[in-house]
Design a protein. Structure first.
Length: 357
């Protein structure tokens, strides 16, 4: 069988395609952005850019105008945990405004941006609930997720310990793979599912090089482990319920291992020397890699089956990519793959048809 190829495609390079790419003026220099290196970038719906700088141990937040954010974002300027500096290599922000980043260790770190912006009045230790005509006092971890419990307004009892609150507002190790909750069975209080319970994977060395949120509804965060050629996800499990200064109640979370999504291999939907991970608005996962044979993959949300077929879809052509560094999805569903060897961004339709360089 004759294998598909890239045919007569001839990339001209990013700098030469003036119709497709518009240069930002004035130019954004690294010094103006407050960084000296750049390993990953995240863009939120408000237009802010989150730039991961592993050399300076920081994530710089930049407005669309190019002005650096300060104030509440200061904790991101010198990333550390328990006195040890952290060098971020990937960053993403979910719709809860939780920022996640990895540093090639076995841990995913997080910073709860919304909690920091709103401010925390206290940690809820109990509510009063109406149950079968009776009023009972219960911890929110139980009362909020037990059928038949109706919370009574303004019944909260708060712990306002500044040290505990500060620890929840700081950079936290959200998911640590070797943690006990991942080695043993952990019950999700919201839906009763069994999480963790994977002592073998919890015990081996890992290198998390990319992270992406799947969807708010699923509470899943996907992580790429380059050392073991695995794509896994963990689930956000509620821990502390916080009352914010604006009167809202918001959960703090920890991450607990849930599933292996893709493993080492050379076929569609497998992992071989991965280097990026991205999720689109529908929770589909896209990743690029340097290993044989396919440089780009897309896994369908929830099912984690491959979305494209070798021999049918252009995006799965052998030799299509030389050095695929990253992939993103546009508002119209178009897929853009950055190829550093070609010095080009390749555009594909949502169905995987090649469109242009």
């Amino acid at each position: 069988m004759e294998l598909p190829s890239t045919g007569n495609d001839n990339p001209t390079g990013i700098s030469e395609d003036k119709d497709a790419f518009i240069e930002i003026t004035p130019r954004w220099t690294f010094s103006k952005l407050g960084i000296s290196s750049l390993s990953d970038m995240e863009t939120t719906e408000d237009g802010r850019l989150y730039l991961a700088d592993p050399v300076n141990h920081r994530i710089s937040v930049v407005r669309p105008s190019g002005r650096r954010e300060t104030g509440v974002y200061e904790p991101l300027q010198q990333l550390s945990f328990q006195g040890s500096p952290l060098s971020p290599v990937s960053v993403t922000v979910d719709e809860r405004f939780i920022l996640y980043f990895t540093n090639r260790s076995d841990t995913v770190y997080a910073w709860f941006q919304y909690l920091n912006m709103a401010g925390v009045e206290g940690i809820v230790t109990s509510f009063d609930y109406r149950v079968d005509g009776e009023i009972v006092t219960e911890k929110p971890y139980i009362g909020e997720f037990t059928e038949g419990y109706t919370r009574l307004d303004h019944s909260e009892v708060l712990n306002s310990d500044p040290a505990l609150i500060d620890s929840l507002l700081s950079i936290v190790p959200l998911y640590t793979s070797r943690d006990k909750s991942n080695r043993e069975a952990t019950i999700d209080p919201i839906d009763g599912s069994v999480l963790g319970n994977n002592p073998i994977y919890a015990s081996i060395q890992k290198s998390f090089i990319a992270v992406a949120d799947e969807s708010v509804e699923s509470r899943h965060i996907a992580v790429m482990d380059s050392l073991n050629n695995r794509l896994i996800n963990f689930k956000l499990v509620p821990t502390y319920l916080l009352k914010l200064n604006n009167g809202f109640f918001v959960w703090h979370f920890k991450g607990v291992y849930d599933n292996l999504l893709a493993s080492e291999g050379t076929g569609a939907g497998t992992i071989s020397e991965p280097n990026s991970l991205y999720s689109d608005d529908n929770g589909n996962l896209l990743y690029t890699q340097f290993g044989n044979y396919f440089g780009f993959h897309k896994l369908r949300s929830g099912m984690y089956t491959t979305a494209f077929t070798f021999g049918t879809d252009d995006i799965m052509d052998l030799g299509r990519f030389k050095s695929p560094m990253d992939a993103v999805v546009g508002d119209d569903g178009a897929i853009f793959v950055l190829d550093s060897t070609h010095n080009a961004v390749l555009k594909f339709s949502p169905q995987g048809d090649f469109q242009k360089f």
